[in-house]
Design a protein around this ligand. Structure first.
Ligand code: KIV
Ligand code: ZN
Length: 515
């Protein structure tokens, strides 16, 4: 019998710490439901002390998910622990994950605490968390650069205080596989009560080694891996869930453990996260990239046709790459629509919401004959975006683009209820539309990124546009989808501009400790 390898998904917490990847409560719930379908063991849903919105999002996930443990992150601070405990209260199984930095550089410069004070606080906060739940995880931030003797003392004390999971993070993505494996092995050997905890690894990808380091940890005794869909996360990201899971599953000859993940849910999860965050998946990304199972060269194609295993070590369908399935069309009725949305985890709170979504579906079906799951996801995301923040709304857009002529656009926006019009010329129709919008909004934000992806295949596919803006150090992402990519672009731009209208007061968990 193989050991269980616990999959701790932190897409909704560490993933969300990527600049511009912040998610709304409803988006988090949709991703959490997909993670539940995929059978991850633990969902880290957020950092409840960061803001009221973050607290509500963790609580909503705790209410919605039944088959996974729901976890809230807390610095080793009383208020953080109490907020996390409150947010996970509705969960069938709830975990508090508390952490404090243990490396000399973090203790001295960030925390301004002595090692003894750090140890004392770690113990006190694990004990406090245990008053709320038996399931407490403790992390030593920057464990990779912490002194081994001190790390062993902190972990031993945290286990004695009641931590049931001990997480060893490579916070800055500094390690390399053999060294990380050695560190995990040596911690398990040296901490006297190590057998009373599950050992976990949490690796960042700054050197492109997060997955390799995580797997090395597993080979050396770690039985929980912290990871994210598509490797989303701070800076270069976290270990990618799909790569870790498929490596362990594919190389059963090497790993003596396995996960309970339903791998056929991997590609749908990847697409959902990409569409919600607006972070595209690179085509050559392992497992979930568009080319991951495409065989370009003639020799490879010939081999695959004769016997698939000549060049394929995994089956595309096992990770959820079934060909786009046409799910609905112009003649589909309300019940079929409602039923399919339910199957992909989208429930409407009110009949009015359902009616609006159904009208949108009918509009889309007039323009596009075959409607896929991805179209439905985008349709609901669009509806969420509009309800969420509507300071600027697109009323009308007219663009003129002709060979040999300068493109121009005229736009009408509803700004806080009253209509405003502007026109502008630009290098292309999108550029002209953005310039016209900027004339009305005039907020001085800088465009950092503009990307268009087709949601499904075919020239009638909806284009999904992501726009990233920066203003005064704050970065926001906006999304828009439409069969007309110029309109999708304008919607994405307005969605991002709308986010600047609401002030975002959020504490970053690793920015410093209010001790
Ligand atoms: O990278 C890190 O150290 C973290 C901790 C909060 C676990 O994300
Ligand atoms: Zn992290």
């Amino acid at each position: 019998m193989n050991d269980a390898l616990i999959i701790f998904d932190t897409t909704l917490r560490d993933g969300e710490q990527s600049p511009g990847a912040s998610m709304t409560r409803d988006e988090k719930v949709r991703i959490a439901k997909q993670l539940e379908r995929m059978r991850v063991d633990i969902i880290e849903a957020g950092f409840p002390a960061a803001s009221k919105g973050d607290f509500e999002a963790v609580k909503a996930v705790a209410e919605a998910v039944k088959d996974c443990t729901v976890c809230g992150l807390a610095r080793a601070v009383e208020n953080d622990i109490d907020r996390a405990a409150e947010a996970i209260k509705p969960a069938k199984r709830g975990r508090i994950h508390t952490f404090i930095a243990t490396s000399p550089i973090h203790m001295q410069h960030k925390l301004r605490m002595t090692p003894e004070q750090v140890l004392e606080r770690a113990v006190a906060m694990v004990k406090r968390a245990r008053q709320y739940t038996d399931d407490v995880e403790f992390s030593a931030e920057d464990a990779v650069r912490s002194e081994m003797d001190f790390l062993c003392r902190v972990f031993e004390a945290a286990i004695t205080a009641g931590a049931r999971t001990i997480n060893v993070p490579d916070t800055v993505g500094y390690s390399i596989p053999h060294a990380w494996g050695e560190r995990i092995k040596s911690l398990i050997e040296r901490v006297p009560n190590s057998d009373r905890a599950i050992w976990s690894t949490h690796c960042h990808n700054d050197l492109g080694l997060a997955v390799a380091n995580s797997l090395s940890a597993v080979l050396n005794g770690a039985r929980q891996v912290e990871c994210t869909i598509n490797g989303l996360g701070e800076r270069a990201g976290n270990a990618s869930l799909e790569e870790v899971v498929m490596a362990v599953r594919t190389r059963r000859d090497i790993f003596t453990c396995d996960t309970r993940i339903d791998t056929t849910q991997i590609v749908p999860a990847s697409r959902l996260v990409s569409s919600i965050t607006g972070f595209p998946v690179q085509p050559n990304k392992a497992i979930v990239g568009a080319n991951a199972f495409a065989h370009e060269s003639g020799i490879h194609q010939d081999g695959v046709i004769k016997k698939r295993e000549t060049y394929e070590i995994m089956r595309a369908e096992d990770v959820g790459w079934s060909a786009n399935r046409m799910v609905l069309g112009k003649h589909s009725g309300r019940n079929a629509f409602k039923q399919r949305l339910k199957e992909i985890g989208i429930d409407f709170k009110t009949e009015a919401e359902m009616n609006t979504a159904f009208e949108r579906f009918k509009d889309l079906a007039d323009k596009k004959h075959e409607i896929f799951d991805e179209d439905l996801q985008a349709l609901v995301t669009e509806a969420d975006l509009e309800q969420e923040n509507e300071h600027y709304r697109l009323v009308a857009l007219k663009v003129c683009s002709q060979t040999g002529k300068t493109p121009n656009a005229s736009v009408t926006l509803a700004v806080n209820g009253s209509e405003k019009k502007a026109a502008a010329a630009g290098g292309g129709p999108v550029d002209a539309s953005f310039k016209a919008i900027a004339k009305i909004v005039g907020d001085g934000s800088q465009l950092l990124l503009y990307s268009v992806n087709n949601i499904t295949s075919g020239t009638d596919s909806q284009g999904e546009v992501t726009v990233r803006l920066e203003k005064g150090g704050r970065i926001v992402n906006g999304h828009g989808a439409d069969t007309d990519i110029v309109i999708a672009s304008a919607k994405a731009y307005l969605n991002a501009l709308n986010k600047f209208v609401t002030p975002a007061e959020r504490t970053h968990p690793q920015a410093g400790q209010p001790i």
